[in-house]
Design a protein around this ligand. Structure first.
Ligand SMILES: Cc1cc2nc3c(=O)[nH]c(=O)nc-3n(C[C@H](O)[C@H](O)[C@H](O)COP(=O)(O)OP(=O)(O)OC[C@H]3O[C@@H](n4cnc5c(N)ncnc54)[C@H](O)[C@@H]3O)c2cc1C
Length: 437
Protein backbone atom coordinates (compact mmCIF):
# COMPACT_ATOMS: atom_id res chain seq x y z
CA UNK A 1 0.00 0.00 0.00
CA UNK A 2 1.07 3.58 -0.52
CA UNK A 3 0.75 5.30 2.87
CA UNK A 4 1.01 9.07 3.34
CA UNK A 5 2.08 10.10 6.85
CA UNK A 6 1.05 13.66 7.70
CA UNK A 7 3.58 15.12 10.13
CA UNK A 8 7.23 14.33 10.92
CA UNK A 9 7.19 14.71 14.70
CA UNK A 10 7.92 11.75 16.98
CA UNK A 11 4.60 10.15 16.10
CA UNK A 12 4.93 10.63 12.34
CA UNK A 13 8.50 9.33 12.24
CA UNK A 14 7.82 6.22 14.36
CA UNK A 15 4.67 5.51 12.29
CA UNK A 16 6.72 5.81 9.08
CA UNK A 17 9.43 3.48 10.39
CA UNK A 18 7.05 0.72 11.42
CA UNK A 19 4.86 1.10 8.31
CA UNK A 20 7.98 0.60 6.19
CA UNK A 21 8.83 -2.47 8.27
CA UNK A 22 5.39 -3.83 7.31
CA UNK A 23 6.37 -3.45 3.65
CA UNK A 24 4.43 -0.30 2.74
CA UNK A 25 5.53 2.41 0.38
CA UNK A 26 5.70 5.42 2.75
CA UNK A 27 5.83 9.19 2.17
CA UNK A 28 6.03 11.65 5.09
CA UNK A 29 4.94 15.29 4.64
CA UNK A 30 5.89 18.14 7.00
CA UNK A 31 6.10 21.92 6.78
CA UNK A 32 9.39 22.14 8.68
CA UNK A 33 12.85 21.68 7.19
CA UNK A 34 13.80 18.81 9.53
CA UNK A 35 11.87 16.08 11.41
CA UNK A 36 10.92 16.71 15.04
CA UNK A 37 11.08 20.50 14.73
CA UNK A 38 7.83 21.43 16.54
CA UNK A 39 6.56 19.88 19.80
CA UNK A 40 9.12 17.07 19.49
CA UNK A 41 11.97 19.60 19.50
CA UNK A 42 12.98 20.25 23.13
CA UNK A 43 10.72 18.29 25.45
CA UNK A 44 11.59 16.97 28.92
CA UNK A 45 13.26 13.84 27.55
CA UNK A 46 11.64 11.40 29.98
CA UNK A 47 10.53 7.95 28.88
CA UNK A 48 8.34 7.66 31.90
CA UNK A 49 5.91 4.78 32.24
CA UNK A 50 5.72 5.85 35.89
CA UNK A 51 4.37 9.28 34.94
CA UNK A 52 0.98 7.73 34.25
CA UNK A 53 -1.25 9.89 36.43
CA UNK A 54 -3.26 12.03 34.04
CA UNK A 55 -3.80 15.75 34.61
CA UNK A 56 -7.47 14.89 34.96
CA UNK A 57 -7.75 13.26 38.40
CA UNK A 58 -10.01 13.74 41.44
CA UNK A 59 -7.73 16.43 42.94
CA UNK A 60 -7.43 18.46 39.71
CA UNK A 61 -10.58 20.66 39.72
CA UNK A 62 -9.76 22.24 43.10
CA UNK A 63 -6.10 22.80 42.18
CA UNK A 64 -7.07 24.37 38.86
CA UNK A 65 -9.41 26.79 40.61
CA UNK A 66 -6.61 27.74 43.02
CA UNK A 67 -4.19 28.30 40.14
CA UNK A 68 -6.58 30.37 37.94
CA UNK A 69 -4.90 33.66 36.99
CA UNK A 70 -1.57 32.79 38.70
CA UNK A 71 1.14 33.48 36.10
CA UNK A 72 3.53 30.87 37.51
CA UNK A 73 0.88 28.13 38.00
CA UNK A 74 2.01 24.66 36.87
CA UNK A 75 -1.27 24.19 34.95
CA UNK A 76 -3.05 27.34 33.84
CA UNK A 77 -6.36 27.67 32.01
CA UNK A 78 -6.54 31.05 30.32
CA UNK A 79 -10.23 31.19 29.61
CA UNK A 80 -10.91 32.42 26.07
CA UNK A 81 -13.92 32.97 23.86
CA UNK A 82 -13.09 29.65 22.23
CA UNK A 83 -15.78 26.96 22.06
CA UNK A 84 -13.17 24.22 21.52
CA UNK A 85 -11.41 25.23 24.74
CA UNK A 86 -14.66 25.15 26.73
CA UNK A 87 -15.73 21.80 25.29
CA UNK A 88 -12.30 20.39 26.07
CA UNK A 89 -12.55 21.75 29.62
CA UNK A 90 -15.92 20.09 30.15
CA UNK A 91 -14.62 16.75 28.86
CA UNK A 92 -11.60 17.19 31.13
CA UNK A 93 -13.87 17.55 34.18
CA UNK A 94 -15.68 14.35 33.15
CA UNK A 95 -12.34 12.52 33.26
CA UNK A 96 -11.66 13.62 36.85
CA UNK A 97 -13.79 10.96 38.57
CA UNK A 98 -11.92 8.21 40.46
CA UNK A 99 -13.25 5.55 38.05
CA UNK A 100 -12.17 7.41 34.89
CA UNK A 101 -8.78 8.19 36.46
CA UNK A 102 -8.18 4.51 37.26
CA UNK A 103 -9.26 3.55 33.73
CA UNK A 104 -6.96 6.12 32.14
CA UNK A 105 -3.95 5.18 34.30
CA UNK A 106 -4.45 1.52 33.33
CA UNK A 107 -4.30 2.30 29.61
CA UNK A 108 -1.46 4.82 29.93
CA UNK A 109 0.69 2.30 31.83
CA UNK A 110 -0.02 -0.49 29.34
CA UNK A 111 0.87 1.62 26.31
CA UNK A 112 3.86 3.09 28.17
CA UNK A 113 5.33 -0.30 29.11
CA UNK A 114 4.86 -1.66 25.57
CA UNK A 115 6.32 1.51 24.13
CA UNK A 116 9.40 1.51 26.37
CA UNK A 117 10.05 -2.15 25.43
CA UNK A 118 9.66 -1.25 21.74
CA UNK A 119 12.08 1.68 22.12
CA UNK A 120 14.65 -0.54 23.83
CA UNK A 121 14.37 -3.18 21.09
CA UNK A 122 14.72 -0.51 18.40
CA UNK A 123 17.79 0.96 20.11
CA UNK A 124 19.36 -2.49 20.32
CA UNK A 125 18.51 -3.47 16.74
CA UNK A 126 19.48 -0.19 15.07
CA UNK A 127 22.24 0.92 17.45
CA UNK A 128 20.57 4.32 17.92
CA UNK A 129 22.35 6.91 20.05
CA UNK A 130 20.37 9.90 21.35
CA UNK A 131 22.09 10.86 24.66
CA UNK A 132 20.00 8.23 26.42
CA UNK A 133 20.34 7.44 30.12
CA UNK A 134 19.01 4.27 31.68
CA UNK A 135 19.27 5.23 35.35
CA UNK A 136 15.55 5.33 36.07
CA UNK A 137 13.29 8.22 37.04
CA UNK A 138 13.12 9.60 40.56
CA UNK A 139 10.00 11.62 41.41
CA UNK A 140 10.57 13.71 44.53
CA UNK A 141 8.07 15.40 46.83
CA UNK A 142 8.50 18.44 49.04
CA UNK A 143 4.96 18.27 50.42
CA UNK A 144 4.13 15.52 52.91
CA UNK A 145 0.48 15.61 51.79
CA UNK A 146 1.38 15.07 48.13
CA UNK A 147 3.89 12.38 49.09
CA UNK A 148 1.25 10.52 51.11
CA UNK A 149 -1.17 10.85 48.18
CA UNK A 150 1.43 9.31 45.83
CA UNK A 151 1.21 5.91 47.55
CA UNK A 152 -2.11 4.85 45.98
CA UNK A 153 -1.24 5.61 42.32
CA UNK A 154 2.23 4.05 42.83
CA UNK A 155 0.53 0.91 44.17
CA UNK A 156 -1.84 0.89 41.20
CA UNK A 157 1.12 1.17 38.82
CA UNK A 158 2.90 -1.71 40.57
CA UNK A 159 -0.29 -3.77 40.23
CA UNK A 160 -0.14 -2.99 36.50
CA UNK A 161 3.48 -4.13 36.28
CA UNK A 162 5.23 -0.74 36.45
CA UNK A 163 7.72 -1.05 39.34
CA UNK A 164 7.30 2.43 40.83
CA UNK A 165 8.56 2.17 44.40
CA UNK A 166 7.98 4.57 47.27
CA UNK A 167 11.30 5.46 48.95
CA UNK A 168 12.41 7.67 51.85
CA UNK A 169 14.08 11.06 51.48
CA UNK A 170 17.42 9.53 52.56
CA UNK A 171 17.13 6.79 49.94
CA UNK A 172 16.35 9.46 47.34
CA UNK A 173 19.56 11.34 48.21
CA UNK A 174 21.54 8.07 48.10
CA UNK A 175 20.22 7.44 44.56
CA UNK A 176 20.76 11.04 43.47
CA UNK A 177 23.35 12.83 45.63
CA UNK A 178 22.68 16.13 43.83
CA UNK A 179 19.42 16.30 45.83
CA UNK A 180 21.41 16.81 49.06
CA UNK A 181 20.80 20.59 49.03
CA UNK A 182 17.10 20.18 49.43
CA UNK A 183 17.27 17.19 51.78
CA UNK A 184 15.64 19.23 54.62
CA UNK A 185 12.64 19.97 52.41
CA UNK A 186 12.27 16.45 50.98
CA UNK A 187 9.25 14.49 52.19
CA UNK A 188 10.10 11.41 50.13
CA UNK A 189 10.17 10.10 46.58
CA UNK A 190 9.20 7.34 44.22
CA UNK A 191 11.73 5.58 42.01
CA UNK A 192 11.18 3.60 38.82
CA UNK A 193 14.43 1.92 37.82
CA UNK A 194 13.19 0.78 34.39
CA UNK A 195 12.29 4.29 33.18
CA UNK A 196 14.75 6.21 31.02
CA UNK A 197 15.49 9.53 29.41
CA UNK A 198 17.02 10.76 26.16
CA UNK A 199 16.98 13.53 23.59
CA UNK A 200 13.71 12.96 21.73
CA UNK A 201 14.61 15.34 18.92
CA UNK A 202 17.90 13.57 18.25
CA UNK A 203 16.03 10.25 18.32
CA UNK A 204 13.46 11.51 15.77
CA UNK A 205 16.20 12.73 13.42
CA UNK A 206 18.23 9.51 13.80
CA UNK A 207 15.19 7.32 13.16
CA UNK A 208 14.14 9.47 10.20
CA UNK A 209 17.62 8.93 8.70
CA UNK A 210 17.13 5.15 9.06
CA UNK A 211 13.72 5.50 7.40
CA UNK A 212 15.30 7.32 4.44
CA UNK A 213 17.92 4.57 4.16
CA UNK A 214 15.03 2.06 4.10
CA UNK A 215 13.32 3.92 1.24
CA UNK A 216 10.84 6.21 3.05
CA UNK A 217 10.40 9.53 1.25
CA UNK A 218 10.33 12.72 3.37
CA UNK A 219 8.80 15.77 1.74
CA UNK A 220 9.92 18.46 4.14
CA UNK A 221 9.02 22.12 3.71
CA UNK A 222 5.55 21.11 2.48
CA UNK A 223 2.58 22.81 4.07
CA UNK A 224 -0.57 20.66 4.18
CA UNK A 225 -3.57 22.82 3.31
CA UNK A 226 -6.42 20.30 3.15
CA UNK A 227 -7.45 16.65 3.10
CA UNK A 228 -9.96 16.08 0.29
CA UNK A 229 -12.67 13.44 0.57
CA UNK A 230 -14.43 11.69 -2.34
CA UNK A 231 -16.83 8.76 -2.04
CA UNK A 232 -16.38 8.62 1.75
CA UNK A 233 -12.58 8.22 1.53
CA UNK A 234 -9.60 10.55 1.47
CA UNK A 235 -8.80 11.06 -2.21
CA UNK A 236 -5.70 13.22 -1.83
CA UNK A 237 -4.02 15.87 0.32
CA UNK A 238 -3.33 19.36 -0.96
CA UNK A 239 0.02 20.93 -0.13
CA UNK A 240 2.17 23.85 -1.09
CA UNK A 241 5.88 23.10 -1.38
CA UNK A 242 8.77 25.20 -0.05
CA UNK A 243 8.51 27.47 -3.10
CA UNK A 244 4.77 27.93 -2.68
CA UNK A 245 3.82 25.60 -5.54
CA UNK A 246 0.51 23.77 -5.15
CA UNK A 247 0.56 19.94 -5.29
CA UNK A 248 -1.79 17.03 -4.76
CA UNK A 249 -0.39 13.95 -3.04
CA UNK A 250 -2.31 10.70 -3.36
CA UNK A 251 -2.11 7.48 -1.36
CA UNK A 252 -4.14 4.41 -0.42
CA UNK A 253 -4.07 5.30 3.28
CA UNK A 254 -3.27 8.45 5.30
CA UNK A 255 -1.93 8.77 8.85
CA UNK A 256 -2.78 11.94 10.75
CA UNK A 257 0.19 12.81 13.01
CA UNK A 258 0.05 16.60 13.02
CA UNK A 259 0.22 17.00 16.80
CA UNK A 260 -1.84 19.95 18.08
CA UNK A 261 -2.79 20.89 14.52
CA UNK A 262 -4.48 17.53 13.84
CA UNK A 263 -8.06 18.64 14.72
CA UNK A 264 -7.87 21.72 12.48
CA UNK A 265 -7.11 19.73 9.33
CA UNK A 266 -9.88 17.14 9.80
CA UNK A 267 -12.61 19.50 11.05
CA UNK A 268 -13.83 20.13 7.47
CA UNK A 269 -14.34 16.34 7.13
CA UNK A 270 -16.74 16.44 10.09
CA UNK A 271 -14.25 14.84 12.53
CA UNK A 272 -14.14 16.50 15.94
CA UNK A 273 -10.97 15.38 17.65
CA UNK A 274 -10.81 16.29 21.37
CA UNK A 275 -7.29 17.70 21.15
CA UNK A 276 -6.34 21.10 22.52
CA UNK A 277 -2.84 22.66 22.64
CA UNK A 278 -1.27 22.76 26.11
CA UNK A 279 1.74 25.02 25.93
CA UNK A 280 4.79 23.87 27.87
CA UNK A 281 8.23 25.36 28.41
CA UNK A 282 11.72 24.01 28.50
CA UNK A 283 15.08 25.41 29.41
CA UNK A 284 18.35 23.93 28.16
CA UNK A 285 21.69 24.99 29.59
CA UNK A 286 25.26 23.71 29.52
CA UNK A 287 26.47 22.01 32.68
CA UNK A 288 28.83 24.36 34.54
CA UNK A 289 29.70 22.28 37.60
CA UNK A 290 29.23 18.56 36.88
CA UNK A 291 29.56 17.64 40.57
CA UNK A 292 26.42 19.64 41.40
CA UNK A 293 24.31 18.36 38.50
CA UNK A 294 21.89 15.44 38.69
CA UNK A 295 22.59 12.16 36.89
CA UNK A 296 19.22 10.47 37.34
CA UNK A 297 16.22 11.89 35.46
CA UNK A 298 14.03 13.66 38.00
CA UNK A 299 10.47 14.89 38.48
CA UNK A 300 9.85 17.76 40.88
CA UNK A 301 6.31 17.19 42.08
CA UNK A 302 5.78 20.63 43.63
CA UNK A 303 6.82 22.61 40.55
CA UNK A 304 5.65 19.94 38.05
CA UNK A 305 9.05 20.07 36.32
CA UNK A 306 11.07 17.24 34.81
CA UNK A 307 14.87 17.21 34.66
CA UNK A 308 17.01 15.30 32.18
CA UNK A 309 20.73 15.42 31.47
CA UNK A 310 22.17 14.87 28.00
CA UNK A 311 25.82 13.93 27.97
CA UNK A 312 27.78 13.11 24.82
CA UNK A 313 30.97 14.11 23.03
CA UNK A 314 29.05 17.16 21.80
CA UNK A 315 28.59 18.42 25.35
CA UNK A 316 26.85 18.06 28.68
CA UNK A 317 23.44 19.76 28.97
CA UNK A 318 20.65 20.06 31.48
CA UNK A 319 17.08 20.04 30.16
CA UNK A 320 14.30 21.20 32.45
CA UNK A 321 10.71 21.18 31.21
CA UNK A 322 7.17 21.52 32.37
CA UNK A 323 4.22 23.80 33.07
CA UNK A 324 1.07 23.83 30.99
CA UNK A 325 -0.98 26.71 29.73
CA UNK A 326 -4.23 26.21 27.84
CA UNK A 327 -4.33 29.35 25.76
CA UNK A 328 -4.92 28.39 22.14
CA UNK A 329 -2.05 28.20 19.67
CA UNK A 330 -0.02 31.01 21.23
CA UNK A 331 3.66 30.03 21.62
CA UNK A 332 4.97 33.24 23.19
CA UNK A 333 7.53 32.78 25.95
CA UNK A 334 6.21 34.24 29.18
CA UNK A 335 9.20 35.65 31.07
CA UNK A 336 7.59 35.04 34.48
CA UNK A 337 7.39 31.33 33.69
CA UNK A 338 10.92 31.19 32.26
CA UNK A 339 12.35 32.95 35.34
CA UNK A 340 10.41 30.65 37.69
CA UNK A 341 12.03 27.57 36.07
CA UNK A 342 15.56 28.99 36.26
CA UNK A 343 15.00 30.02 39.90
CA UNK A 344 13.93 26.49 40.76
CA UNK A 345 16.97 24.94 39.04
CA UNK A 346 19.28 27.23 41.01
CA UNK A 347 17.45 26.42 44.24
CA UNK A 348 17.78 22.66 43.70
CA UNK A 349 21.24 22.44 42.11
CA UNK A 350 23.07 25.72 42.80
CA UNK A 351 25.82 26.37 40.26
CA UNK A 352 25.17 23.17 38.29
CA UNK A 353 24.01 24.88 35.09
CA UNK A 354 25.23 27.91 33.20
CA UNK A 355 22.09 30.02 33.53
CA UNK A 356 23.62 32.85 31.46
CA UNK A 357 23.49 30.53 28.47
CA UNK A 358 19.99 29.20 29.12
CA UNK A 359 17.93 28.61 25.97
CA UNK A 360 14.18 28.89 26.37
CA UNK A 361 11.65 27.06 24.23
CA UNK A 362 7.91 26.50 24.18
CA UNK A 363 5.93 23.72 22.54
CA UNK A 364 2.25 22.81 22.17
CA UNK A 365 1.39 19.43 23.64
CA UNK A 366 -1.49 17.86 21.71
CA UNK A 367 -3.58 17.19 24.82
CA UNK A 368 -6.73 15.08 25.11
CA UNK A 369 -8.97 15.45 28.19
CA UNK A 370 -8.14 11.89 29.33
CA UNK A 371 -4.41 11.94 28.44
CA UNK A 372 -5.10 8.92 26.19
CA UNK A 373 -3.84 9.38 22.64
CA UNK A 374 -6.04 8.68 19.62
CA UNK A 375 -4.53 5.75 17.74
CA UNK A 376 -6.40 3.76 15.10
CA UNK A 377 -8.84 4.05 12.24
CA UNK A 378 -11.08 7.11 11.98
CA UNK A 379 -14.64 7.19 10.67
CA UNK A 380 -13.15 7.89 7.21
CA UNK A 381 -11.91 4.35 6.46
CA UNK A 382 -8.54 5.18 4.84
CA UNK A 383 -7.68 7.88 7.40
CA UNK A 384 -5.81 6.67 10.47
CA UNK A 385 -4.99 8.64 13.62
CA UNK A 386 -1.77 8.72 15.62
CA UNK A 387 -2.13 11.91 17.57
CA UNK A 388 -3.18 13.51 20.87
CA UNK A 389 -0.24 12.19 22.92
CA UNK A 390 -0.17 15.21 25.24
CA UNK A 391 2.37 14.95 28.06
CA UNK A 392 3.67 11.52 27.02
CA UNK A 393 4.35 11.63 23.28
CA UNK A 394 8.00 10.60 23.67
CA UNK A 395 7.18 7.83 26.14
CA UNK A 396 4.42 6.50 23.89
CA UNK A 397 5.96 7.16 20.47
CA UNK A 398 7.44 3.77 19.60
CA UNK A 399 4.51 1.72 20.90
CA UNK A 400 2.01 3.99 19.16
CA UNK A 401 3.93 3.91 15.86
CA UNK A 402 4.21 0.13 15.90
CA UNK A 403 0.56 -0.38 16.88
CA UNK A 404 -0.64 2.04 14.21
CA UNK A 405 1.43 0.27 11.54
CA UNK A 406 -0.11 -3.07 12.56
CA UNK A 407 -3.64 -1.63 12.44
CA UNK A 408 -3.07 -0.11 8.96
CA UNK A 409 -1.72 -3.52 7.85
CA UNK A 410 -4.82 -5.36 9.13
CA UNK A 411 -2.95 -6.95 12.06
CA UNK A 412 -3.99 -6.90 15.73
CA UNK A 413 -1.97 -4.53 17.91
CA UNK A 414 0.31 -6.29 20.42
CA UNK A 415 -0.90 -4.25 23.40
CA UNK A 416 -4.28 -4.09 25.10
CA UNK A 417 -5.07 -0.39 24.73
CA UNK A 418 -8.14 1.76 24.03
CA UNK A 419 -7.47 2.12 20.31
CA UNK A 420 -10.04 3.99 18.26
CA UNK A 421 -12.21 2.64 15.46
CA UNK A 422 -11.57 -0.71 13.82
CA UNK A 423 -8.26 -1.08 15.70
CA UNK A 424 -10.40 -1.19 18.84
CA UNK A 425 -12.50 -4.02 17.44
CA UNK A 426 -9.39 -6.08 16.87
CA UNK A 427 -8.01 -5.94 20.36
CA UNK A 428 -9.93 -6.88 23.49
CA UNK A 429 -10.37 -3.62 25.34
CA UNK A 430 -12.82 -0.81 25.96
CA UNK A 431 -13.14 1.20 22.78
CA UNK A 432 -12.95 4.98 22.71
CA UNK A 433 -14.44 5.07 19.21
CA UNK A 434 -16.94 7.88 19.95
CA UNK A 435 -14.05 10.26 20.64
CA UNK A 436 -12.95 10.04 17.02
CA UNK A 437 -16.40 10.66 15.57
C1 LIG B 1 7.47 21.27 27.61
C2 LIG B 1 7.18 19.87 27.17
C3 LIG B 1 7.76 18.81 27.85
C4 LIG B 1 7.49 17.50 27.46
N1 LIG B 1 8.14 16.48 28.10
C5 LIG B 1 7.89 15.20 27.74
C6 LIG B 1 8.57 14.12 28.39
O1 LIG B 1 9.44 14.33 29.24
N2 LIG B 1 8.23 12.86 28.04
C7 LIG B 1 7.28 12.59 27.11
O2 LIG B 1 6.98 11.44 26.87
N3 LIG B 1 6.66 13.59 26.43
C8 LIG B 1 6.94 14.88 26.72
N4 LIG B 1 6.30 15.90 26.08
C9 LIG B 1 5.28 15.58 25.08
C10 LIG B 1 5.85 15.27 23.70
O3 LIG B 1 6.92 16.14 23.38
C11 LIG B 1 4.73 15.39 22.65
O4 LIG B 1 3.63 14.61 23.03
C12 LIG B 1 5.21 14.93 21.29
O5 LIG B 1 6.35 15.66 20.88
C13 LIG B 1 4.10 15.10 20.23
O6 LIG B 1 4.60 14.63 19.02
P1 LIG B 1 3.75 14.73 17.70
O7 LIG B 1 4.50 14.02 16.64
O8 LIG B 1 2.35 14.31 17.98
O9 LIG B 1 3.65 16.31 17.41
P2 LIG B 1 4.75 17.28 16.76
O10 LIG B 1 6.11 16.96 17.22
O11 LIG B 1 4.26 18.67 16.95
O12 LIG B 1 4.68 16.89 15.22
C14 LIG B 1 3.65 17.33 14.38
C15 LIG B 1 4.28 17.70 13.06
O13 LIG B 1 3.23 18.12 12.17
C16 LIG B 1 3.72 19.19 11.39
N5 LIG B 1 2.58 19.98 10.95
C17 LIG B 1 1.56 20.51 11.68
N6 LIG B 1 0.67 21.12 10.87
C18 LIG B 1 1.14 21.00 9.59
C19 LIG B 1 0.66 21.40 8.32
N7 LIG B 1 -0.48 22.08 8.16
N8 LIG B 1 1.40 21.09 7.23
C20 LIG B 1 2.56 20.39 7.35
N9 LIG B 1 3.05 19.97 8.51
C21 LIG B 1 2.36 20.26 9.64
C22 LIG B 1 4.64 19.97 12.32
O14 LIG B 1 5.62 20.67 11.59
C23 LIG B 1 5.25 18.87 13.19
O15 LIG B 1 6.53 18.47 12.76
C24 LIG B 1 6.58 17.23 26.40
C25 LIG B 1 6.02 18.29 25.71
C26 LIG B 1 6.31 19.61 26.07
C27 LIG B 1 5.72 20.74 25.30
Amino acid sequence: MRVIVLGAGLLGVTSAYFLRQQGHDVTVIDRQATPGAETSFANGGQVSVSHAEPWANPGAPLKLLKWLGREDAPLLFRLRADMRQWMWGLQFLRECTPARTRHNIRHIVRLGTYSRDTLQALRRDLGLEYDQRTQGILHFYTSQKEFDAAEAPAQQMRDLGCERHVISADEAVRLEPALRHIRPQLAGATYTAEDESGDANLFARELAARCVADGVEFRMGHHIIALREAGGRIAHVEVTDDEGRYQRITGDAYVLALGSFSPLLVKPLGLNLPIYPAKGYSVTMPVKDASMAHQVSLTDDEFKLVFSRYTSEQGDRLRIAGTAELNGYDRDLNQVRCDAIVRRVEQLFPGAGDTAQAQFWSGLRPATPSNLPLIGQSRVPNLYLNTGHGTLGWTHACGSGKSLARIVSGLAPEVDFAFVGAGAARSPREALAPLAQ
